[in-house]
Design a protein around this ligand. Sequence first.
Ligand code: ADP
Ligand code: ASP
Ligand code: MG
Length: 431
Amino acid sequence: MQLKVFKFGGASVKDAEGFINVGKILQKYKDDKIVIVVSAMGKTTNALEEVVKSYYAGDGKAAELLENIKNNHFQLISQLIPVSAEIMDDINDTFVEIDWILEESPHDDYDYAYDQIVSIGELLSSKILAHYLHYMKISSTWLDIRDVILTDNTYRDARIQWETTQTNAKNKIEPLLKSANHVVTQGFIGSTSENFTTTLGREGSDYTAAILSYCLDAESMHIWKDVPGVLTGDPRIFDEVIKLPRLSYKEAIEMTYYGAKVIHPKTIKPIQNKQIPLYVRPFLDPASEGTVISDQKELSYPPIIVIEPDQTLLHISTNDFSFVAEHHLSMIFALLAKYRLKVNMMRNTAISFTVCVNNIPERIKKFENELGQEFKMITDNDLELVTIRHFNEDVLKDMKKNKLILFEEKLQDTVQMVVRNLPKMKRKETQ
Ligand code: ADP
Ligand code: ASP
Ligand code: MG
């Protein structure tokens, strides 16, 4: 079956206007077979994370925080469509399950509870979109993606069970597309074999769209964003960025691996395996192709800059000043994997091993505790990891301005540096 996969992120459905715009885009594709993957509205996932934190802190505020989220959703619905009892029930049912959880005392496993609660963001936004499309008379049907995407039980970072997911996708989604043109479903969430909800990691909706594109052999995948496409840097950080009209899968993998926030890093591999082109497109200018990511021969690119904020350097040495030998390294790596600390950069010298990781204090603490007496660990916080692909000397000089470089590495066409931003010193006026 010829079909496309569209993914609408939180920014595209942050308010009623956003849903109306999504409706306009879909109107243009109303005769095409499309699987629509939608994220939670705006910053809903962050708000749901606060509910979980408050529930575990036992500060009595969780129910009130959830009530605010409920009100925001109902307010949006009333701006979008005539509210019927059926729609109210559909949305209320989603909240009731969380109300029940909050009435019980917290489960031992925080990550498990997190997934049961935070996952409602996508259930709500997809239900609202489905009701809106129905109201707009756009042929569509709502699907609970937990009936398709099977994962293991690594809560908050669940791994896909590909074979079953692929069979489910073919058996459940293709028949739905025979009776309606569009299937509306959720990004970010999946289910274990015991029917517990899992999540795929923050910003995971792009990955869901890639999983479905792969499993259904989509002709193309389209991610609708609040930017013109993939740019040479994050426009929230840099002024003079330009759009990259075309990117190879390889370049996109490199950029996202180094932390470019525009696409989730796990997204590219599945679609590359099946050679499915990915279009990163502006939802405010639907006529534009945005950036096409496909199997291009290597192109020549301008310098591309990726900034990963909030980095920590861990300097690990042995307490008896002996060398950090291979058996130490294998133990250190096993612990890094155990506590899911991704190695962004590393260096081994005679007496110390230095590694740059995202600053996740609770995991770093557990890692340090388990390293044990044999090792000493010193940390450097408040750092940034700057990666420049296809660098030139001008860009390098610019990026080093007002920065203390703690760590720098050049590989062929990539420079990486761990830096601390220095305050600009200005000389006092002489009296
Ligand atoms: P959504 O969740 O709506 O899908 P995101 O906020 O996750 O969207 O991603 C879009 C944002 O990614 C942009 O607003 C932009 O600030 C940021 N971004 C970071 N790096 C880049 C880049 N290289 N090109 C384009 N956008 C980028
Ligand atoms: N809603 C989830 C998040 O904000 C997933 C996503 O938007 O991709 O992380
Ligand atoms: Mg996002």
